[in-house]
Each structure stands twice: as C-alpha cells, then as structure tokens.
Design a protein around this ligand. Structure first.
Ligand code: NAI
Ligand code: MG
Length: 347
C-alpha cells in the first residue's frame, strides 16, 4: 500500500508541529505502507515572498493527493504588511470550499493526566461535526457605503437543504458507531428562524434512518453553559460553521487546551482530498523556539490515517499519545522531544 500526502507546513509553529506529525506517521507506517510526501509552500510568509495565496495550478496539484496534512498559517496579529483576513479567506477557506470539506470534524477528549479546571477525566468525550462549506462563512454579503454612520454591512448565512442534509447524515452515522449513540443539534432557531428550522427539520427527517440514535436540541448559548458545567451530556454535536468554530475553541479549552485539539476537514464523498490540521494557529509568540506542543498535529495525523482506512495505525498513535500525556510531569519538553517520544512508542 502507498499513501500519497501533501504537506502544507505554513507559518510560525506550523512547520515545527508538522515535522513531528510526519515523524510519527513515518514511524507508525514503517515498512507496511509506503509514505510519499510532497511539500507545498503556502501561507503568510509565502504571500509576502511571492504575492500568491493559492494559485489554481497549486490547487490542481493538491487535488491529486490522497490527503493533506496542514500545519497552521497566519502572521502575527498586528503585522501591517498582510491585509487582515487575506490568508484565512484566500487560502484556508478557499481550500475548504474548493475541496468541498463539508464535514469539519473536531473530537474532544479529556485524557487522564491532563489538567482541566472544569472537568474530571472521562467527563469529556464527544465529537463536534461542524458544517464546513456554508453558513455565515460562505462569503454571502457586502457593504453599502452611505456616508458617515450610514454604512450597511451584511454577512448572510447560507444554508442549503443539500448542505445541511449531508452533514447531518454524517453526524448521525458517526453517532450510530459510538457507544452512547447520541446526537445533539446546536443552533439558535428561536431567533435564527429560517436557517434554524431547516436544520431542525433535517435532523428530524434523517433521524428516521437512525432509530438507534437518540437526539436532542440545544440553543447555542445554552450549549456553552453545559460544555462548562456538564460536558458529559455530549456525545456527537452537529452544528453550523460559525457556531461550530466557537464551540470547538471552548471544547478545546475544557479538554486540555489548544495544544491537544485536532481536526479533519473532510470530503466524505471523496471527490477531493480531505485535510487534517491542529485547531490552533501559527502561534507567532512561541514560533521558532521549539516550545509548541505537537500533540494536536500528531492527533490530526491519526485522524488522517483513520480517514484513509488505516485504523490500526491510527489507534496506535492515539494510544501512544494517551500514554505520553499520562506521563507528563510538568517539566517542559521541546517540540521535537515530544515527537520523538511518541514516534518511539508507535514503532
Ligand atoms: P494561536 O492558536 O496561534 O495561538 C493562541 C495561543 O495559544 C498563543 O498564546 C499560542 O502560543 C498558544 N498555542 C497555540 N498553539 C500552541 C501549541 N501547539 N502549543 C503551545 N501553545 C500553543 O491563535 P492566534 O494567536 O489568535 O493566531 C495567530 C495566527 O494564527 C493568526 O495569524 C491567526 O489568523 C492564525 N490562525 C490560523 C489558524 C489555522 O491555520 N487554521 C487557526 C487559528 C489562527
Ligand atoms: Mg477557530
């Protein structure tokens, strides 16, 4: 077998954590699966050097890979040389939209040994299935300038029956494969009536295909309370692009922090490669110092293997991460020392 991966290390700590994820992938696949790697230079630094965000030709080459491993992109906040939002919109969101990453999968698990101010180990074990191609992030808006204090800016949330149904069905399927078989729709349908009711009706319709899965509903504001006070009530959360963005940062905070949070941007129809990345950004404040925790990137590589059907290898990585976390004493290790330890444990 052979896996043909695109690697987009990106900016800041992106290259540091991606190197460790690749180290662990190589170790776990060893001689069983051939790993082909092609690195792509993209991100804020690449834009400064070339003026390119995501050229069509690069996008075409990316489409040919089995999957993409992504580090992080973005300049230091306040870097005036880079227009605000340029890299997010023209690179990150463009990749998700062009490659039709309609399932943004973000697991949250509080491993034993991880300190959480809020929850006991075992209390947090859920996944968020965030819609990835629509909602308020679809670029459906504009601004009308009518003079001082008369500007009108809109950012209209786009929700299609097709888009909602495919992500809801994916969430139900994932719920049906988990022991607790529970799905929670999070939205705000008391106020966002039109989009909210489309989501609610869709969940009720798709639920008929999954009689073994129980489902309930929470408004997003109530969901933020329960994530902090009673996270064990969640198993699978399905939600739109914006609510999912916010809830998953909160989810990371209650389950050991941003250094552990992994994600997959999935095209479940497999018409284009899926992309796997840590939830965190390029962390300019610690970049180049070997201080970044590569665990989120390594767990993202495990999600990648699972998406490609390499379940045993994915599980080996997750076990090794769990053991590594349990053994953490508080003395800081370098980024590559963490990668070395996990790579040694999986080989
Ligand atoms: P950030 O996630 O880069 O950093 C937030 C805080 O968490 C910082 O104090 C950082 O040092 C710490 N942190 C992040 N990852 C860590 C790790 N692996 N180990 C230890 N500490 C870690 O978010 P911030 O500062 O808001 O954004 C920095 C840049 O990253 C911006 O340009 C932003 O647009 C971009 N960004 C990119 C993302 C992506 O590529 N998917 C996602 C989020 C932000
Ligand atoms: Mg975010």
């Amino acid at each position: 077998a052979r896996i043909d991966l695109a690697i987009i290390p990106g900016d800041g700590i992106g290259p540091e954590v991606t190197a460790e994820a690749v180290k662990v992938l190589s170790a776990v696949l060893a001689d069983e699966v051939e790993l082909a790697l092609t690195e792509y230079s993209l991100g804020a630094q690449h834009w400064l050097a070339t003026g390119e965000t995501l050229p069509e030709e690069t996008l075409t080459r990316l489409r040919a890979h089995d999957a993409i491993l992504f580090g992080a992109v973005g300049a230091a906040p306040g870097d005036k040389r880079i227009p605000s939002g340029l890299i997010e919109r023209e690179l990150l969101l463009k990749l998700r939209f062009e490659l039709d990453h309609y399932v943004n999968l973000r697991p949250s698990k509080l491993y034993p040994g991880v300190g959480s101010p809020l929850a006991a180990p075992g209390a947090v074990d859920f996944i968020v299935v965030r819609e990835g191609t629509e909602g308020p992030y679809a670029g459906n808006g504009g601004t009308l300038r009518g003079g001082t204090n008369h500007e009108i800016a809109t950012e209209v949330s786009l929700n299609t029956a097709h888009g909602v149904e495919r992500v809801v069905r994916d969430a139900f399927r994932r719920a049906s494969e988990r022991p607790r078989r529970k799905l929670t729709l999070v939205h705000k349908h008391n106020v966002l009536v039109f989009a909210g009711h489309l989501w609610k009706r869709t969940v009720e319709a798709v639920a008929l295909e999954f009689p073994e899965v129980t489902h309930d509903y929470l408004h997003v504001d109530a969901a933020t309370i329960f994530l902090v006070t009673d996270p064990s009530r969640f198993d699978v959360i399905v939600t739109d692009n914006l609510f999912g963005d916010i809830l998953t940062d909160l989810a990371a905070a209650i389950s050991g922090g941003i250094g552990l949070a992994a994600s997959g941007n999935l095209n479940m129809d497999r018409t284009a490669p899926s992309m796997f990345e840590p939830v965190h950004g390029s962390a300019p404040d610690i970049a180049g110092q070997q201080k970044a925790d590569p665990t989120a990137a390594i767990l993202s590589a495990a999600l990648l293997l699972r998406h490609l059907g390499q379940n045993a290898a994915a599980e080996r990585i997750e076990r090794a991460v769990e053991a590594d976390i349990a053994g953490r004493t508080g003395a800081p290790r370098t980024t590559s020392a963490v990668g070395d330890a996990i790579a040694a444990a999986v080989s």
